[in-house]
Design a protein around this ligand. Sequence first.
Ligand code: NCD
Length: 313
Amino acid sequence: MTTSLKGNDILHGNQFLKKDIDAILKTASYFEKALKRKDQIPLLKGKILATLFYEPSTRTRLSFETAMQRLGGGVVSMGSVESSSVAKGESLTDTVRTVAQYADIIVIRHPKTGSAKEAADAVPIPVLNAGDGAGQHPTQALLDIYTIKKELGSLNNLKIALAGDLKNGRTVHALVEVLSLFGAKLYLVSPDILRMPEEITSRLRGKGMEVTETTDLKQACQNSDLVYMTRIQKERFTDLSEYEKLKGSYVINEDFLKQLNKKIVILHPLPRVDEISPAVDEYSGAAYFRQVRNGVYVRMALLAMVMGKTVKT
Ligand code: NCD
């Protein structure tokens, strides 16, 4: 369990205590205000972040790199797998051991579940999990919780629907762990074969959370203040015809919103395929691009905190 982030890895949504989350959210909020004032924040001047992405990424990598540069630090990046020695067959451990000779922090995304932990165990510097296969994506969960708090005003008595590929979606796997600290009421909406792993739902229930599994997105949204949409994770399917059958299972469009007799906040970790139609972007509850922006503040907080920097919040 984490009590201070200094020198720590960030690997799993269940590693945090409530007071860690409070400290992260406060620090992120401090950086949000500082950036809005256009302050210079050279807290990590002279430090280097290495980003190792073995899977595609737009937001996670660029927001980490932005966050590090906003804090005055430098960034080195492995670029694509094809352009690095990974293409020659270098092991994950050898690659991270090498990178640890250059950098002060490593951010890693890899297709194998458990790979971030494997990397963290191989090096003495902090390793931040930016997605390990269908496993976890804890830094996304933290920016999600920051966004939920901003959009809904509080983290107490939450009613949240999570919809889409709950089996393979690492963002939801990490987010529910963090939400479990706040006792939210959850509606898990998915096609039957893409349900949240039982191991996770039973842990949530064990912590006293009220968890309803359903295939009905409309009903779940009627009962929720916020819906977290996710993409069906095509890259995790071994049988692509299965994917073809399931894609498009849940779509939020203007018609869907009209049928709800209430306002709902919509989040999505992005990228979207067809889960939210672009026309919905104009709706005031569509918060997914605000969510993207929050990623920078939260990742600034995480980088500063693992490097042992504190700010007056
Ligand atoms: C997610 C991911 O990579 O898990 N993207 C992200 O980090 N914002 C979601 C996804 O790919 O569907």
